[in-house]
Design a protein around this ligand. Structure first.
Ligand code: KE4
Length: 418
């Protein structure tokens, strides 16, 4: 047995499925997940010493790759003064200011510890601000494991084919309208029918949790116009796209100004940080400034903030990173043969094993997931570590080299044939 197999057997005794997040268990692609021993730049090494080119990048956060020196140095400085105070610190103000500078629609921001906390808080805020209860989300989009947002969710829920998550009361699901992604008519229809009950529309401006699915031309503009017309808020869930598809996120790339934005992943530089923010008049309703409660023991944690601030400061100082990310990702996507649909926005992409366009959850689900599993395993055997699900995105980091791209392309040419 390999060390990973031994460790996985041990883990499954005491951790559900042997993992601390379902999609890591390789259930949809088969095989034993490698237990990672360390990372360096664009590579990770498993417990058996095997080396992989990493396109998961911790599911997006590691835009600069593993163990970037500026992030490590910031962590060392933070460690020298302590790990947590549960009190305000200058650094968390600096991170809030950096986020607001990068994303102009965010006039005020609250730091939390995960993307789930960010989206959970944003929808509570939208309900409190509007006095309405309904939330519109889109099939195949995933906004974390918030009870009412697990309706027809993507990511691990789609990967594991969990029909409707047990434990979520019907009453919670009844407050969520799940519509097809990229359909303006479906949104118009929902607002015609129940517009005065809808507090907000929450959307992944570029979907990443049904695999990468870009917004159709005009779609985000339509969401902006429809929500404004009906007095509902538009929430961009940029946990994945924030600082990924552009320094200012998808809202910069597509020129849309949402009312609220949720962030996570990259803003923590590899440590747990989430955030939600937006219009000052809305954010001012959050306790203690206002009556809508949200709190967190470790929110603004000095170590996590130090890593996130180092990440954002590096990106602010090196805008050229984004062109490099685009170039590398485009080179990788060129490896796809006919019959495989490639969706890419910036440095996030997905190879769909279907020959039709993938524009929503229904078309994504037409993919041959068994063939994706064979492709995934063949790539892993060739030292390329992709996301273990057809319904996830791959990520390129600034640490990925031309040599990484060459090796990955060579591996893909073989793996696409298995
Ligand atoms: P977290 O609570 O996992 O930090 O963030 C939830 C979340 C919210 N919104 C979007 C758009 C997201 O993509 C996520 C989390 N993404 C998944 C990967 N698709 C996390 C991986 C996992 O669940 O292990």
């Amino acid at each position: 047995m390999t060390k990973s197999e031994t460790l996985f057997r041990r883990a499954q005794e005491i951790i559900p499925g042997g993992v601390n997040s379902p999609v890591r268990a390789f259930r949809s692609v088969g095989g034993t997940p490698p237990f990672i021993a360390r990372g360096e730049g664009s590579h990770i090494f498993d417990a058996d010493g095997r080396e992989y080119i990493d396109y998961v990048c911790s599911w997006g956060p590691l835009l600069l790759g593993h163990r970037h020196p500026e992030i490590l140095a910031a962590l060392e400085r933070a460690l020298a003064i302590g790990t947590s105070f549960g009190a305000p610190t200058e650094q968390e103000v600096a991170l809030a200011e950096a986020i607001c500078r990068a994303v102009p629609s965010i006039e005020m921001v609250r730091l939390v510890n995960s993307g789930t906390e960010a989206t959970m808080s944003a929808i509570r805020l939208a309900r409190g601000f509007t006095g309405r209860d309904l939330i519109v989300k889109f099939e195949g989009c995933y906004h974390g494991h918030v009870d009412s947002l697990l309706v027809k969710a993507g990511s691990g829920v789609a990967t594991l084919c969990i029909p409707e998550t047990q434990g979520v009361p019907k009453a919670f699901c009844d407050t969520t309208l799940a519509l097809p992604y990229n359909s303006v008519e479906a949104v118009e229809q929902a607002f015609r029918a129940r517009g005065n009950e809808i507090a907000a529309v929450i959307v992944e401006p570029v979907a990443g949790n049904m695999g990468c699915v870009p917004p159709r031309a005009g779609y985000l503009e339509a969401l902006r116009e429809i929500t404004a017309r009906h007095g509902a808020l538009l929430i961009f869930d940029e946990v994945m796209t924030g600082f990924r598809v552009a320094f200012g996120g998808a809202q910069e790339r597509f020129g849309i100004r949402p009312d609220l934005t949720t962030l996570g992943k990259i803003i923590g530089g590899g440590l747990p940080v989430g955030a939600y923010g937006g219009r000052r008049e809305i954010m001012s309703r959050i306790a203690p400034a206002g009556p809508i409660y949200q709190a967190g023991t470790l929110s603004g944690n000095p170590l996590a903030v130090a890593a996130g601030l180092a990440m954002l400061r590096h990106l602010e100082a090196h805008p050229e990173v984004y062109q490099q990310l685009e170039t590398r990702a485009a080179e990788l996507c060129a490896a796809a043969p006919p019959g495989v649909t490639v969706n890419r926005v910036g440095s996030m992409f997905t190879f769909f094993f279907t020959d039709g366009p993938v524009t929503d959850y229904e078309s994504a689900k037409r993919s041959d997931t068994a063939r994706f599993g064979r492709f995934f395993r063949a790539m892993l055997e060739r030292g390329v570590y992709l996301a273990p699900s057809q319904f996830e995105a791959a990520f390129v980091s600034a640490a990925h080299t031309e040599e990484d791209v060459r090796k990955t392309t060579a591996a893909a040419k073989e793996a696409f044939r298995v």
